[in-house]
Design a protein around this ligand. Structure first.
Ligand code: ADP
Ligand code: TMP
Ligand code: MG
Ligand code: ZN
Length: 193
């Protein structure tokens, strides 16, 4: 009987997903347990070889393009695997995660549940389905100041793709009401363009 656990940390940008993921890494590293951390190659915001939070805490990580690459780095005696920014991976991530769990390796994933268009990210949704524990984080709404932000709002620009790496220069975290207000203002501005 395997006791491995899948923990998934989701929420909008700045909600503390990466910080929480790193706090779990610390438990393994303080306990001198073997683990490996991964992040998608596309996320080049701070440092390619580290998972980095907005408060600059960091953990060394392997850069991968596709989830299948994870298995190449696994020896089998790891106690845990950590994966940040799971929204950027394709849906094959679920196969790899389930394979790791079968090997009795705990898996900790974090990523965005919603895009700036308020659509769900498919890979995150699927991984949440397999989770033993889902930790849903909130951020402080940039507009009203309440601790109830669930969506990332993107300041209007030419890039329309739901995959667009960036930070404060592009995105803020907002609550549902403020999101609607900002969208209405955007539509009004377009009318007068
Ligand atoms: P995430 O990975 O979810 O984007 P991080 O763990 O990298 O989050 O960063 C969380 C940190 O971001 C918080 O501890 C706080 O210092 C900072 N921060 C910046 N803006 C906000 C906000 N609007 N709400 C909450 N924390 C914020
Ligand atoms: P964060 O959740 O750790 O702050 O990082 C989220 C990353 O995802 C950041 O590089 C911006 C990017 N992003 C998208 O690609 N599409 C989106 O819809 C949103 C909200 C963020
Ligand atoms: Mg993060
Ligand atoms: Zn608000």
């Amino acid at each position: 009987m395997k006791n491995s656990e899948l923990v998934v940390i989701v929420g909008p940008m700045y909600s503390g997903k990466t910080s929480e993921l790193i706090s779990y890494v610390e438990i393994y590293s303080l306990g001198r347990k073997k683990f490996k951390a991964f992040k998608p190659l596309i996320d080049d915001r701070y440092d390619k070889s580290f998972i980095v939070s907005h408060t600059n805490t960091k953990v060394e990580a392997v850069n991968i393009k596709s989830p299948e690459e994870i298995t190449d780095y696994i020896d089998g005696d790891e106690k845990a695997v950590f994966i940040d920014e799971i929204q950027f991976f394709d849906e094959s991530l679920k196969n790899i995660v389930n394979k790791l769990l079968k090997m009795d390796i705990n898996v900790y994933c974090s990523g965005l549940d919603l895009s700036f268009k308020n659509n769900t990210f498919k890979t995150t949704t699927e991984i949440m389905g397999y989770a033993d524990r889902v930790i849903k984080k909130k951020a402080v709404c940039h507009e009203c100041g309440e601790y109830n932000a669930t969506i990332s709002y993107k300041k209007p620009d030419e890039e329309n793709s739901e995959i667009d790496v960036g930070g404060f220069e592009k995105y803020i975290a907002v609550c549902r009401d403020c999101y609607e207000e900002l969208k209405q203002k955007e539509n009004m501005a377009k009318l007068f363009d």
